[in-house]
Design a protein around this ligand. Sequence first.
Ligand code: NAD
Length: 250
Amino acid sequence: MKLLGNKTAIITGAASARGLGKSTAKLFAQHGARVAILDLDADAALAAANDLPGSGHMGLACNVTDFEACKHAVEVVLGNFPQIDILVNNAGITQPLKLMQIEPANYDAVLDVNLRGTLYMTQACLPAMRAQKSGAIVNISSVSAQRGGGIFGGPHYSAAKAGILGLTKATARECAPDGIRANAVCPGFIATDITGGALTDDMMTQILDGIPMGRAGEASDVAGCCLFLASDLSAYVTGSEVDVNGGSLI
Ligand code: NAD
């Protein structure tokens, strides 16, 4: 059964080949959605879109920290597709810093992409979603928001991802009367480029010791959760945060 037939989805930060966004875009396309991939580099976004199953997908350059760029990207999508049914705010960066190592530029960069970008893309899509009286927004937070960091994210990353949880609930509350739902996904440790850097065996053992299911998550684990939250299967779910972490918080 295809869950997203005739739906249009925008997914930010979905050009990274091993990333959560790309995996989500692929699953959405398999379920019949037309997908617009937004990322920093136009060629990479286009290549990722062309790699999706089915046809008619789009790849666009959009820096989510730039509100005019977000608005422009949404205009281009609406020039090609009749409406925007789904927005997945997935673009994110992290920096493995301790509290005293965070310079203002670090703070700005991490807050800007993760939190400001989520707000800007939501603002850019809301007029269309409100006009059509429907929409599903999925914001990618992190277990770092819930447990105060981990090996990869610094305190500013935890703060940004916790901010996303508050923003998600406020969006859900304000937009419910407009027929728009907003939910957050909190991935745990997922094997992607963001986590794939210099991982020593000790770090990997430490990570896996904290996961009751005993394995790292796959991008497809997060994609499946995004599909549920984007589809009508979750028609009565809004303002929630869904953990995809192998039981890390039990
Ligand atoms: P990734 O680095 O593979 O992908 C992130 C993407 O965001 C990249 O394609 C990058 O180009 C894009 N991006 C960065 N800055 C941008 C900007 N200003 N505008 C537009 N695009 C931008 O990372 P990932 O692991 O796939 O992570 C995806 C999301 O999931 C992020 O929000 C991340 O914080 C979150 N997350 C990841 C994990 C994990 O373990 N991988 C865990 C929890 C949360």
